[in-house]
Design a protein around this ligand. Structure first.
Ligand SMILES: NC(=O)c1ccc[n+]([C@@H]2O[C@H](COP(=O)([O-])OP(=O)(O)OC[C@H]3O[C@@H](n4cnc5c(N)ncnc54)[C@H](O)[C@@H]3O)[C@@H](O)[C@H]2O)c1
Length: 272
């Protein structure tokens, strides 16, 4: 059986992606830090006939990443890793956001790379915030983001001039995820496998709604979005399904913005 692994599987995008991948017949291994969300997701998917196991825990812990990879290889042939688990700026401080969003991504990619074979794919959810983070990210900062497992990553980023408030921590973590897909594409490619990041704009999930309510700039971003609205989790899931399919067989080592056009529109307002 082809197996897809979805982290943050009980979240807005995670569950939507899991539903999409189950509908194409994949067996699923879900990961969640929130046990009630996990239980709900597993029940929802099983009620639709999906074959689902869960390995819950914090993706920023290496043993959780390794346990997920072990569960996937026990269930069948590794098809896809869809990594949606993450924290947004209203959810934690900058260091914790960096740890979950960037260190967690690297640990998962380390754990899954040995399972990758022809046709396997990793899709890591980044953010349009990572694109905004590119402005002002010096070569020194980029080099630090390319070594997420360095023990003193946060200290070194601060020494390089990054103020790790939650917003900057989030933007840096997601820039790191975008860079990871580029950096690791040769290693995955050598196995016949692909790796991409996907950067959503504002998506109407629990996280998206919480950020929208807390940050006034979000209303401006939605107003300026060429499509004039937030996105839906299903609109991310359908792109994820495409990226996980053979229809995307020449797409690797890149980021795909799925943002209704808002990143380009906001960039046009920024000083060059
Ligand atoms: N919603 C948006 O507007 C938006 C925009 C850009 C990027 N993103 C990114 O998309 C991804 C999915 O977000 P969402 O909108 O579905 O949010 P969500 O809050 O609905 O889902 C995220 C899920 O991740 C889980 N999670 C959090 N920390 C975890 C950890 N350490 N280990 C395991 N699971 C953990 C949460 O319990 C939650 O169920 C995130 O990485 C987020 O940063 C979201």
């Amino acid at each position: 059986m082809r197996v897809s692994v979805v982290t943050g599987g009980g979240g807005g995008m995670g569950l939507a992606c899991a539903q999409q991948l189950a509908a194409r017949g994949d067996g699923l291994v879900l990961n969640e830090i929130d046990s009630s969300r996990s239980k709900h997701a597993v029940e929802t998917l099983r009620a639709r006939g999906a074959s689902v196991e869960s390995v819950d825990g914090d993706v920023s812990h290496a043993d959780v990443a390794r346990a997920l990879a072990a569960a996937a290889s026990e269930m069948g042939a590794f098809g896809a890793l869809v990594h949606t688990a993450g924290l947004s700026p209203t959810m934690a401080d900058g260091r914790r956001i960096l740890e979950v969003n960037l260190v967690g991504t690297e640990l998962l990619l380390d754990a899954f790379q040995p399972l990758a074979t022809a046709g396997s794919v990793a899709v890591c959810i980044a953010s349009q915030a990572g694109h905004f983070g590119m402005t002002g990210a010096t070569p020194e900062i980029c080099a630090l983001l390319d070594e997420p497992l360095a023990r003193d990553l946060a200290d070194r980023l601060e020494a390089a001039g990054v103020t790790l408030d939650p917003g900057t921590g989030y933007a840096m973590s997601k820039l790191g995820v975008i860079r990871a897909a580029v950096r690791l594409a040769p290693a995955w490619g050598a196995r016949g496998a692909r790796i991409v990041s996907l950067s959503p704009g504002i998506i109407e999930t629990k996280m998206g709604t919480q950020e929208y309510e807390a940050q006034p700039v979000m209303a401006t971003m939605v107003e300026r979005t060429p499509l004039g609205r937030m996105g839906a989790a299903a609109e991310i899931a359908s792109v994820v399904e495409f990226l996980c399919s053979d229809a995307a067989s020449f797409i690797t080592g890149t980021d795909l913005l799925v943002d209704g056009g808002s990143t380009g529109a906001m960039r046009a307002l920024m000083p060059s």
